[in-house]
Design a protein around this ligand. Sequence first.
Ligand code: PGA
Ligand code: MG
Length: 221
Amino acid sequence: MNIVFDLDGTLIDSAPDIQAVSAKILGKLGKPALTIEETRNFVGEGARILVSRMMAARGIEETPERHAQIFGEFVAEYEFAVEKAVFYPGVVDALAVLKGGGHKLALCTNKPELPARAVMKHMGLEPIFDAFIAGGMTKNPKPDPEMALKCVADLGGGPALYVGDSGTDAQTAANAGLPFALYTEGYRKSPVDEIPYDWAFDHFDLLAGIVAEAQARHRAV
Ligand SMILES: O=C(O)COP(=O)(O)O
Ligand SMILES: [Mg+2]
C-alpha cells in the first residue's frame, strides 16, 4: 500500500529548529524569539503563514513588502536549521518495518523544499521515501489535495493511507479522498475528537497495525 506522511509534528519534532530561526530573525528586530508553544502553534500551513503569525505575535505590522523581506530572511536561515530536530518515539523502526514490508512511502510537507530536503538528509530519511513533495513544489499547499495526490501518483497510484498530525492534514486527506491516520502527539491545535480521522494513534509502534487494517478495509470494498 502507499503511505503518505506529513513531516513536521508527525515524523519529527522540528519546533526547536524553527524557534532558533525565529530567534535570529526577531533578534535583529529587537524582539524576543517565539516560544516553543507559539512555534508549534504556528507550524502546519507553510512558512509564509508561519512568518505572518510570527510577525503578528511580535507586533510587527504586516505589509506585503515587510512580509516579503522577513520571509526571505527566514527562509535563508531555515535551510540550515536541522540540528535540533528529533524523531518522535518509534518513527525510525516503524518506517523501516513498513518499507521492509514492501509498502511505498511518500513525504508530503508544507515545509519549504530546501529546509525539507536539508532535514531529510540530516535525519537519514532520503533512502526511505519513494516520493517527496514539499512547499513550493506544487501550485497549492495542503489542505489542497494537490500535494497528496501527486505523492500517490509518483508512487505509481493505487490505494493509499495518509498519516499526519493536524487539522490541515485531516482536511488534506479528506480533499484527496484518502483514509487518514492522526498522530495525536504532534502540533495538533484542536482536541483529537474535533479532528476527523479513520484511526488515531499516540505511538508509532501502532502504525503497522493501522496499515494492515487500512489494507484489509480496502480489500473489503
Ligand atoms: O512547515 C509547515 O508549516 C508544515 O510542515 P508539515 O506540513 O510537515 O507539517
Ligand atoms: Mg504537520
